[in-house]
Design a binder for this molecule. Structure first.
Ligand SMILES: [Cu+2]
Length: 169
């Protein structure tokens, strides 16, 4: 009983009382740190397009090139895959537009062909003819373009390496 009243036993109580605010400061700092990391993480995630990867595809050839274009919404968010289609000047391109999403989408080429509104699973081909100009294409459903449902069609000139490749074939 007397041992409990000794200074030695009261000292840890004081120490504990002094430690409490420090523990709280550490906890608050830790929580803030986690919050900052979470915000930075979400921002980076958003800037990088979420789960979506910026995909680019290049097509060329003397014959008509059929390019699969996926309209997606689940998991990755509203997107068109590929995001960028590089077409070697003069290549005849047909887009095989497939709605792989869970809601209606379409694809309209600026001043050109456009698909009808496609239900999930539906597809439609768009014949772009011989591509000699850059074109933008997007989903015309409300806010879908803004949310990232765009396809950039860029005309590129054949590189030496590609010409070699064509000769090899
Ligand atoms: Cu859409």
């Amino acid at each position: 009983m007397t041992a409990d009243r000794s200074p030695a036993s009261t000292a840890p109580v004081k120490e504990g009382a002094a430690k409490r605010p420090r523990w709280r400061r550490v906890a608050i700092a830790g929580a803030l740190g986690v919050l900052v990391l979470a915000i930075v993480g979400v921002a980076a995630f958003g800037l990088s397009g979420g789960f979506d990867k910026e995909t680019s595809q290049r097509v060329s050839g003397t014959r008509t090139q059929v390019v699969s274009v996926a309209l997606v919404d689940a998991v990755v968010g509203l997107d068109v895959t590929p995001d960028v289609l590089k077409v070697v000047r003069g290549t005849h391109v047909v887009l095989n537009v497939v709605n792989e999403g869970d809601e209606d989408h379409d694809l309209a080429v600026d001043g050109g062909a456009r698909t009808s509104t496609l239900s999930p699973g539906q597809s439609e081909r768009l014949d772009l003819g011989r591509v000699v100009d850059d074109w933008a294409a997007w989903c015309t459903l409300p806010d879908h373009k803004l949310a990232g449902m765009t396809l950039d069609i860029q005309v590129v000139d054949p590189s030496a390496a590609l010409t070699q490749q064509t000769h090899a074939i």
